[in-house]
Design a protein around this ligand. Structure first.
Ligand code: ZN
Ligand code: ZN
Length: 275
């Protein structure tokens, strides 16, 4: 079985454009067609929470203020009318756990993908609001990122942790800590082991400056040793990226000792053979 659960029907740059163009059967068909060619048996949609007006009940970050146009109930209703699994990519916002839980309760999701894109109000994967510029020391950035990821796991709000080492996004283009990265992974892996949340293997990293899968091999191996379950996704924002580089992902997963992937329906998880 191959899945692609972390998929966006709207591209990042189309801002006000097109709730109407994105959430249509014709657009979904474009994604399904590529999924079929890539051998992806289960395709799901997980739009960014910050696309939705209701997200502003959780956080009023300037980036969200600018992005929040769509209606979340309409989104859920639309995705349910298609063959897609219904998911959402929800940022973990420390302190907003109750409000996140309430907002999630409004939808009948198949799965909720938890993401850490920010340390406080500073972004790990955007030039704007750049976290390294704010903190200065990559050692502190990495520590705080993985501590936040651990908190996200412990919140119990999520079925899957997205792109678990997103903090490496810039690769060599930005300074990284000198220490062995396993030092930073440790608290997150401990939280993953305790909570059983699934870890996403994402091919998106291959398309970013870092040029490698999320997670890095050392993090993946620590998660395997901790008994974690894994989900597989592309984080596509356009149809052509659905199931992209899955041959590389599946090879890497087998190398790491992973032979099953997590599948979800109405927030209940089962495991299927990988591939
Ligand atoms: Zn993300
Ligand atoms: Zn995403």
């Amino acid at each position: 079985m191959l899945t692609d659960y972390h998929v966006h029907l709207r591209d990042d740059d189309d801002l006000r454009a097109a709730e109407d163009a994105a959430f249509t059967d014709a657009n979904v068909d474009r994604y399904l067609e590529v999924a079929g060619e890539a051998g992806v048996a289960e395709l799901g949609c997980s739009e960014h929470i910050h696309r939705f007006r209701q997200a502003l009940e959780l956080w009023r970050h300037p980036f969200w203020e600018e992005q929040a146009h769509d209606d979340i109930d309409r989104y859920c209703e639309f995705v349910r009318s298609t063959p897609l699994r219904l998911g959402i990519e929800m940022d973990f916002i420390p302190g907003a756990e109750d409000r996140i839980a309430n907002l999630l309760d409004r939808g009948d999701y198949d799965y909720v993908i938890g993401s850490v894109h920010f340390v406080e109000a500073h972004a790990v994967d955007q030039e704007r609001f750049d976290v390294l510029e704010w903190i200065g020391d990559p050692d502190v950035v990495w520590r705080r990122y993985f501590e936040t990821l651990a908190e996200a796991a412990r919140s119990g709000l999520f079925d899957i942790l997205a792109h678990p080492d997103l903090v490496k996004y810039w690769g060599r283009a930005r300074p990284t800590p000198d220490r062995d990265p396993r030092f930073y992974y440790e608290p997150a892996v401990e939280a993953i082991a305790e909570t059983g949340v699934a870890v996403e293997v994402s091919t998106a990293g291959l398309r970013k400056p870092v040029g490698e899968l999320y997670p890095a091999p050392a993090l993946a191996e620590m998660c395997v040793d901790a008994g974690a379950a894994f989900a597989l996704s592309s984080d596509a924002h356009v149809p052509d990226d659905v199931g992209r580089d899955y041959d590389r992902a599946v090879d890497a997963m087998r190398d790491w000792g992973i032979d099953e992937i997590a599948v979800f329906e109405r927030r209940s998880r089962s495991m299927e053979p990988l591939g």
